[in-house]
Design a protein around this ligand. Structure first.
Ligand code: ATP
Ligand code: MG
Length: 253
C-alpha cells in the first residue's frame, strides 16, 4: 500500500520540555491507524502538529509526498487533511442539515454561491443532495431537521465528523472519537469509522483510550510514551509487546 502520511523526526518543545520527542511513523493510504499511549504521552500535541495548529520544532510531515510541516491549518486542510473538532455548538441554532450544507459550500470552488445566504444554499440541489449523502453516511439522516444543540452527545460527535468530511479530505484525524460516549454510541462511532474507511477509501488516523475500539478496528497501531514511539505494529504484536504492557500497567498503578 502507498504511504499517505510520512512523519519523520518530529519534535515539539514547549520551553525545555519535549512533548513530542522525535516521532517517526507512516500511515498507509486507505488504512485505519491508531495512535495510543497513556495520558500526557503527546498524542494531541502530535495531532496539532499534523493539522498545523502547532509549528514543529524539528522534523518533517509529508502528506502524499508534500512537506506540510509548519503550513497554516487552512492550507493543510486544503491539501486533504481534516480533523474532526468538537465544533457543532458554534452554530447551535442551525439544523444538522444546514450545518452540513454550509460546510460543503464553504469548501466549494465557487464560494460566491454563499452570497445569496441561507436561502440560496438550501435551494441548491447539488449541495443539498451532497449534504443528504453525507448525513446518511454518518447516520444522521433521521435527525437532519434538528438543531445541533438538541442532539445527543453521540450525534453531535457524528456531526463533527460530517463537518470534517465536508472538506473532502484524504486523511481524517480523530482525537479520542469515543470520549464520553456510552457503549451504544461507541459502537456506532466504530461502525461509522469502518464504513467511511471502506466506502470512501478514506484514511483514518485516530487516538483512543478504549483498547477494545483500538484493537478491533486498527490495521496498524503506533504506541507513544513520553513523546517517543515505543512500539508499532498490528493489534496482536502491540498486545504482545512487554514494553507496552509495562507502560500501561505503570500508568494505571
Ligand atoms: N501548549 C502547551 N504548553 C506546554 N505544555 C504542553 C502544551 N500542550 C501539551 N503540553 C504538555 O505536553 C504533554 C503531552 O500532552 P498531550 O495533550 O499531547 O498528551 P495526550 O497524549 O494527548 O494526553 P491525553 O491522553 O490525556 O489526551 C503533556 O505533559 C502536556 O502537559
Ligand atoms: Mg489528548
Amino acid at each position: 500500500m502507498e504511504t499517505l502520511l510520512d512523519v519523520a523526526g518530529l519534535v515539539k518543545r514547549f520551553g525545555g520540555f519535549a512533548a513530542v520527542d522525535g516521532v517517526s511513523f507512516e500511515v498507509a493510504e486507505g488504512s485505519i491507524h491508531a495512535v495510543i499511549g497513556p495520558n500526557g504521552a503527546g498524542k494531541s500535541t502530535l495531532f496539532r502538529l499534523l493539522t498545523g495548529f502547532h509549528a514543529p520544532t524539528a522534523g518533517t510531515i509529508r502528506l502524499a509526498g508534500r512537506d506540510i510541516a509548519g503550513l497554516a491549518p487552512h492550507r493543510i486542510a486544503r491539501l486533504g487533511l481534516a480533523q474532526s473538532f468538537q465544533i457543532t455548538t458554534v452554530f447551535p441554532k442551525l439544523s444538522v442539515r444546514e450545518q452540513v450544507a454550509f460546510a460543503l459550500i464553504a469548501q466549494s470552488p465557487t464560494p460566491w454561491r454563499m452570497l445569496g445566504g441561507l436561502v440560496r444554499v438550501l435551494g441548491d440541489r447539488g449541495v443539498m443532495a451532497e449534504a443528504e449523502t453525507l448525513l446518511a453516511e454518518v447516520g444522521l439522516a433521521e435527525v437532519a431537521e434538528r438543531r445541533a444543540e438538541a442532539l445527543s452527545h453521540g450525534d453531535q460527535r457524528a456531526l463533527d465528523v460530517a463537518l470534517a468530511l465536508a472538506t473532502r479530505p484524504r486523511l481524517l484525524l480523530l482525537d479520542e472519537p469515543t470520549a464520553g460516549m456510552s457503549p451504544f454510541e461507541t459502537e456506532r462511532m466504530v461502525a461509522m469509522i469502518q464504513r467511511l474507511a471502506g466506502a470512501r477509501r478514506l484514511t483514518v488516523l485516530f487516538s483512543e483510550h478504549d483498547m477494545d475500539v483500538v484493537f478491533s478496528i486498527s490495521e496498524r497501531i503506533t504506541v507513544i510514551h513520553r513523546g517517543r514511539v515505543i512500539a508499532e505494529g498490528d493489534a496482536a504484536s502491540v498486545q504482545a509487546d512487554p514494553e507496552v504492557a509495562e507502560v500501561y500497567l505503570g500508568s494505571a498503578a
